[in-house]
Design a protein around this ligand. Structure first.
Ligand SMILES: O=P(O)(O)OC[C@H]1O[C@H](O[C@H]2O[C@H](CO)[C@@H](O)[C@H](O)[C@H]2O)[C@H](O)[C@@H](O)[C@@H]1O
Ligand SMILES: O=c1ccn([C@@H]2O[C@H](COP(=O)(O)OP(=O)(O)O)[C@@H](O)[C@H]2O)c(=O)[nH]1
Length: 448
């Protein structure tokens, strides 16, 4: 099999390359554990217009992986990442066409940056490479590489949902986007629904391509070990002591409107209203690191959440009890593992989510003899594999409230039984098996 070349917008920053955080980066690091690999993408740095002429690919070797990254100018970062990727494609793919802020100029920058990626990657490629492109930032990259004469097998994996064509067709140039997908030999999506939606789009647009399902996973073995080892960490012990015997509800999400955070807070507030016996007797810790903070919609979301948390704490809090503990900075993953193990309930209630690795991490982190309860949205990509969680509609505050109450009073025997049904799937589909399945399928491709 040839060398694996991975291309994604997000490449772990140099300091995180041994142990990256974040869904895509964590899963990919595991995929790159064997053989010589190249990982190409954005450096995370922005440069000015006059530095553009000398822009070069910067190369860094860590173990078997060569990281090759390029800087983007401020204008490219804005048009390609903030606008077209995250204020147009992201809302649309998460079924939120109303939040899309379309502008033809941003589409041009997006296409230009994809061509730039193709031009900069080309000299690094070898004839027997297998090329694996990731996510919505890079839909047209395969075609841009083909236009430069690349004949190697190229695969594409979409980490986020793909909506029905009736929604997707709201995207100006949507048909062209679908046509460009013909450049790929293998197209992977997270769930059956996503693949069906994309395949319907292909048929309607007359595109000869086929999407397949490759759900992503975590590395459960090492995550479970981290969670157990976390019991000895000072921070985890401090959190434990601060609970003073109260059960812990935990939420861990990038501060993103797809994660359903305002709806979740409303659910928690309804829980406090309807079940007053839990007031003062439970701790809810919401970790919500700021993400894409310069995009308007994300700024507004943060404002709204700050207010909602303040309102709930003001209304229900007491001199010795804060109903919601709310952090907007990231927490390192090894600490999260320990926090999950302490938590009696995980609240994972996205309105739409490609997969949601947090749900799988929570299950992996539990003590099998005394596991916590996962409350999970029907609309997370993880839901079809995790039907033994307490599944909820995140739009229904009463349903969230009832699930929280049920989780908190659930007898140990039922918690163990549910966990025992969730655990095998989290161990079966891992980051490693996901990557091996996709790469194995790509390696079998013979281009006509
Ligand atoms: O790179 P950012 O703009 O900071 O955003 C972080 C990543 O968010 C998205 O993650 C998705 O991938 C996860 C792993 O497959 C999946 O579980 C989750 O549901 C998705 O939202 C995005 O797709 C990545 O490109 C970003 O790097
Ligand atoms: O403060 C934080 C918040 C999240 N994460 C990690 O970021 C990833 C989030 O992945 P997920 O699929 O749940 O959502 P995404 O953010 O990729 O949409 C998970 O591995 C989390 O453990 C982290 O390391 N620190």
């Amino acid at each position: 099999m040839g060398r694996l070349v991975v291309v994604s917008n997000r490449v772990p920053a140099p300091r995180d390359r041994q142990q990256p955080a974040g869904g895509l980066a964590v899963a990919l690091r595991d995929a790159l554990s064997e053989g010589q690999c190249l990982w190409f993408g954005w450096s995370g740095q922005q440069i000015s217009e006059h530095e553009k002429a000398e822009r070069d690919v910067s190369i860094d070797h860590v173990e078997n992986v060569t990281y090759a990254t390029i800087d983007l100018t401020h204008a490219e970062f804005d048009g390609f990442y903030q606008k077209y990727s995250n204020a147009i494609l992201w809302p649309l793919c998460h079924y939120r066409a109303g939040l899309m802020e379309y502008n033809r100029k941003d589409r041009e920058v997006y296409l230009d940056v994809n061509e730039l990626f193709a031009r900069k990657l080309l000299p690094l490629l070898k004839p027997d490479d297998l090329i694996w492109i990731h996510d919505y930032h890079l839909f047209p990259l395969g075609q841009a590489l083909r236009d430069l004469g690349v004949t190697s097998p190229i695969g594409f994996f979409l980490h986020i949902p793909f909506p029905p064509w009736s929604l997707m067709k709201a995207l100006p140039g949507g048909t062209k986007l679908m046509q460009n997908m013909q450049a790929y030999d293998v197209i992977g999506l997270q769930t059956e629904d996503d693949a069906r939606n994309m395949n319907d789009g292909f048929s309607i647009c007359g595109v000869k391509a086929r999407a397949q399902v490759f759900p992503i996973g975590i590395d459960p073995e090492s995550f479970a070990e981290q969670a157990k080892a976390g019991e000895d960490l000072a921070e985890v012990q401090r959190l434990g002591e601060s609970l003073a015997g109260k059960p812990l509800i935990i939420g861990v999400d990038r501060l993103d409107y797809s994660k359903g955070l305002p709806e979740r807070l409303k659910g928690y507030e309804t829980f406090l209203q309807r079940y007053p016996e839990h007031r003062g007797k439970v701790v809810y810790l919401q970790i919500a690191p700021v993400s894409r903070g310069d995009v308007e919609e994300y700024r507004l979301l943060k404002q709204g959440l700050d207010e909602a948390v303040g309102r709930i704490n003001g209304s229900y809090g007491d001199f010795d009890w804060t109903p919601v503990r709310y952090l907007t900075h990231p927490v390192p993953r090894h600490l999260l593992a320990g926090f999950y193990r302490l938590a009696n309930v995980a609240l994972v209630t996205p309105l739409r989510d490609g997969m949601n690795l947090v749900a799988k991490e929570y299950v992996a982190a539990q003590d099998p003899e005394d596991p916590g309860v996962l409350v999970l949205s029907h609309f997370a990509g993880a839901a079809p594999e995790m039907e033994d969680a307490l599944l909820v509609n995140p739009h229904d505050a009463d349903e969230i409230a009832e699930a929280l109450h049920k989780a908190l009073i659930m007898p140990q025997a039922e918690r163990k039984a549910r966990w025992a049904l969730l655990q095998p799937d989290v161990w079966r589909v891992t980051a490693g098996s996901w990557a091996r399945d996709f790469i194995g399928t790509l390696a079998k491709v013979k281009r006509a």
